[in-house]
Every structure is written in C-alpha cells, then in structure tokens.
Design a protein around this ligand. Structure first.
Ligand SMILES: [Zn+2]
Length: 415
C-alpha cells in the first residue's frame, strides 16, 4: 500500500510518471544504459518489473508488514564499494552477452551519482568483498601432500584468501527469450501464468524490458589477483557449481557435490599459486533447480524401487517425479565469464557436458577438463557417478556398459 492508503497497481503505466528513465541494455556508457530503478517507495521512478534482493524480497515485504522495516528506508552505501575492479569489459557492450544480471550492478554509486543526489533509490545488485575460507578438506590436502601452503593464497593453517562476489538476478527479458530460442511474448506469458499470476506487468508492460525475478543468484570466489581475470596471458582454473545444500553444507554422501566443490577449490588454489587465477562460480540452483523437496522425494523413489537404487535407473526416477531430468538451464550460466572478461578457461573442473557446451557456445574456450579423483567419491555416490558417466558426462576413464550399470547399487533406505 502507498502512504496515502490506496493500493497502487503496477499493471499499467500511470499518467504523470515523468521521471521514468528508460534502460538501453548493452549501451557503452552507464549513464546512457540508465540505472535499474526497482524502488517500491516511489512507483513513478520504477523502470523494471519486480524488486531487489531476489528470493529475499519476500522477507523484506514481511519485515514491512510486521512493522520492523520502514518501507521508505533508503540504504546508506558509504564504504560499501567493491574491493576489486571488475570491468567495464567490451563484452558488457553487447546486449546479448550478459542477459541474466546487471553488469554495472557493483558500480551504481560511481556511475549514477547524479540520480542518487536527485533522490532516486538505486541499489547495487552486485557486491565484491574479501574473505578467508576455513575448510577441513584444505587441511587434509596439505596433510596428504596435494597442496603446499605459500603464505599468500594458502596459509600454513590451511586458511585460504579469496575475493568473493555476490550477484542478484536482473533479467533482460528480450535477451533471455532469445537465449532460450523462444518468442518474447510467449516467454513473458509463461512466467506470468506458471507463477500463479505474479507480476502482471510481464504481460501488460512490454515497454519494461527488465525483470528482477524472486530467485537465488550467484556467488563467485576468486583465488589470486582478481585484476588478472580478463588478462588472456594469465591462466585460469574454474569450477562452476550448482548448489546442493545436503552435500555442500551437511556432507550428505548420496552425491559428489561437496567433494567436487572442494576438489575444484584445490585446483583453483594450485593455479593461483602458479601465478594464475582460480574461480569458483556457485549458482543457487538447489537440486538441479527442482528444489530440495523434489530432490528428497527422488531419493526415496530411487531407494525404494524394485531392485534398489541403481545407476541404470538414476535419471529415470528424477524424471518420474519432476517431469524433467534437470531444470538448471545452463544457457544463462556463461554470463559471469563475459562479465569478468574471461575468454579462456585453462582447467575446468567439471564432468557436466551441459556446462561445458554452454560455455563453449558463448565463444569461451575450454582447454582441459578435469574429473574428480576416485578416492574423493563417497561410497553411496557411485550410483550417481556411474549413471552420469554412462549418460555421456565427461570422464577420463571408461564408462560402464549398460549391463554393468545394473551392478552399481546404493545403500538401502534404512541402512
Ligand atoms: Zn548433491
């Protein structure tokens, strides 16, 4: 509700919205491109659909409803500026290369000073900070002789120095529709209808081309000097990882997610120690973007099926429950490489062909693919691993034949 008490509908443009600044996606000058204005306190300024903070926008609304947050609060951005310089790179000036977030998202305080002074509520959609990681696996890697501390990237006690980057989703709808090869109108309509009629502007305001969807974003961890990421003379190791809370955080052993993540970090540390860079891109796409509830339902269906959990039936069970084997759509994933100015990945720690092919289709070269060492795969995760290899995922080893796949079985449900 607005302060005057009546509900302001967003579905049609209002007369007198003369502060509307159009967005020219892909423009070379930030001020020509125009700021992303998702302010809900001044509806006449808005030039996008949706609001800030991805999935957390719902919690912001609850805070307002509960009386904890003043809806007119404007963030004080003093001292929040990035700790590393990223861009602008020439990839930013091609409207089709970055379509799923705002390449200028970390630079709003510098680039849109005038707008901010005039009272426009413009917020960063990207933040860049420093961190130190404490991971058990890095201590183990040192103890087992795979990694050696250098006092800079990797410290004697196993701590790792990194730069980390958080990115909220900002979708350029025409670019997204094109990336998926669908008509823009059909694309807008499907999102509107399949989300139960949320965001009517998707279908009523074709003049608004930018949508801030209520979904999770990306976190990127950079090892080594982030200024070198766009330098083609400096080598880059990379892991693109899709969220798996069960394994990544809790160490659940039914999949290889955390071992793959920490192995990727090892490869990144090695490369940074050799004067290169490491990059881990962490996408919030839990359970192949089907969500954790679906994922756990699939686990039960796998373990309870006739003959028990087997590599031969791995993908089939997911499709039975979810309707698709995978909903991650790696089509948007390469955007971050364009944003960082990356044109070549020297070592890519992943067995996914979808990720590989998507990156290569965007004109980014991958020199070497690295699979996970066998000793890092948990016992119960061999079902997933063998199913993926047999389905054509990258491996440096020979995948099992159809008959031999049946022999790869997991633990029973109550074991
Ligand atoms: Zn997992």
């Amino acid at each position: 509700m607005s302060s005057s008490g009546h509900i302001v509908l967003t579905s049609h443009s209002r007369p007198g919205s003369n502060h509307f600044s159009p967005i020219h996606w892909g423009a070379e000058d930030a001020r020509v491109r125009g700021p992303i204005i998702a302010s809900v306190s001044t509806p006449s300024h808005r030039n996008v659909i949706g609001t800030h903070s991805g999935s957390y926008s719902v919690y912001r609304a609850i805070s307002v409803a509960a009386g904890h947050l003043d809806p007119s609060h404007v963030p004080d951005l003093t001292n929040t500026s990035p700790v590393a310089e990223i861009g602008p790179h020439k990839q930013w000036f091609d409207a089709k290369k970055i379509v799923s977030f705002d390449p200028w998202g970390h630079l709003v305080v510098d680039e849109f000073q005038d707008h901010l002074k005039e009272g426009f509520d413009i917020r960063p959609t990207i933040a860049i900070t420093q961190a130190r990681l404490k991971l058990m696996e890095m201590k183990e890697a040192i103890a087992q002789g795979r990694l050696e501390p250098d006092g800079g990237v990797l410290l004697e006690n196993g701590d790792v120095n990194v730069t980390k980057i958080a990115i909220d989703p900002v979708w350029h709808i025409p670019g997204l529709a094109e990336r998926f090869g669908v008509d823009e109108h059909a694309f807008r309509r499907a999102i509107f209808e399949q989300m139960g009629g949320m965001y009517p502007e998707l279908v009523t305001r074709s003049d608004l081309e930018v949508f801030l969807p209520p979904i999770g974003g990306i976190t990127a961890y950079v090892f080594g000097n982030p200024d070198n990421l766009s330098n083609p003379k400096v080598k880059l190791a990379c892991r693109v990882h899709d969220e798996c809370n069960g394994s990544d955080v809790f160490g659940s052993d039914i999949c290889t997610c955390r071992p793959y993540l920490t192995h990727g970090i090892e490869i990144c540390i090695e490369m940074a120690q050799q004067g290169g860079n490491g990059l881990v891109v962490y996408n919030r796409k839990e359970g192949r973007a089907l969500g954790e509830v679906t994922k756990f339902l699939v686990y039960n269906a796998r373990k309870r099926q006739k003959g028990g959990d087997s590599a031969a039936k791995y993908f089939e069970r997911t499709e039975c429950v979810a309707g698709v084997q995978d909903a991650r759509f790696q089509e948007l994933m390469p955007d971050i490489f364009h944003w960082l100015g990356v044109t070549r990945i020297d070592r890519f720690a992943s067995m996914s062909d979808m990720k590989h092919d998507s990156i290569v289709s965007q004109g980014i070269q991958i020199k070497e693919r690295i699979d996970i060492p066998d000793e890092l795969i948990p016992e119960d995760a061999h079902v997933e691993m063998e199913a993926k290899k047999a389905a054509g995922y990258f491996t440096s080893k020979t995948p099992k034949s159809e008959e031999n796949l049946d022999s790869v079985v997991g633990r029973k449900i109550k074991e």
